[in-house]
Write a protein that binds this ligand. Structure first.
Ligand code: FES
Ligand code: FES
Length: 169
């Protein structure tokens, strides 16, 4: 966490943070209470990361922090100083979609789309750690992500397909 701060004319401390987001380093001066999700959305205009419950329950705000999935509504941006964040905008390494995104489209795993970015980031974290997960491991991997539309079946099929496997469901 950064300890670099200035005190503005109202007596409020503002902290200088540098966070690498999707391969680009950003330095901003922010209040201590800025959440990572708001840093991404408001400071960097990366609005692909969604805010749902803002309580750590729904997973719609999931991003990777140093390659591990986190609820960005529960983390202060100043805690991420010097760290690496990947959001949905940084997932695809080329101009085409990431394989997980492709399979979500192919399997109709998106309805309203509100959960999708967070769901895909959790799936990405899972497949980075475990490229050939079982169906149970896929279910566990997305257990922190709520979807009120799809019933999860097509999401599980899509993640299994992204790992080169067919779901038994
Ligand atoms: S918005 Fe972060 S977990 Fe729901
Ligand atoms: S597609 Fe609507 S919440 Fe998941």
């Amino acid at each position: 966490m950064t300890t670099n701060y200035i005190t503005d004319r109202h007596g409020i401390r503002r902290y200088m943070v540098t966070i690498e987001v999707n391969g680009i380093e950003y330095t901003r001066v922010i209040k201590a209470n800025v959440l990572l999700v708001n840093f991404l959305r408001d400071e960097l205009d990366l609005t692909g990361t969604k805010k749902g419950c803002e309580l750590g329950d729904c997973g719609s705000c999931t991003v990777l922090l140093n390659d591990r999935p986190v609820n960005s509504c529960l983390i202060l941006a100043i805690e991420c100083d010097g760290m690496k964040v990947t959001s949905i905008e940084g997932l695809a390494e080329t101009e085409s979609l990431d394989i997980i995104q492709q399979k979500f489209v192919e399997f109709g795993a998106v309805q309203c789309g509100y959960c999708t970015a967070g769901m895909i980031m959790s799936a990405k974290a899972l497949l980075m750690k475990n490229p050939k997960p079982t169906e149970g491991e896929v279910r566990a991997g997305i257990s922190g992500n709520l979807c009120r539309c799809t019933g999860y079946i097509n999401i599980i099929k899509a993640i299994m397909a992204a790992s080169g496997q067919e779901a038994a469901i």
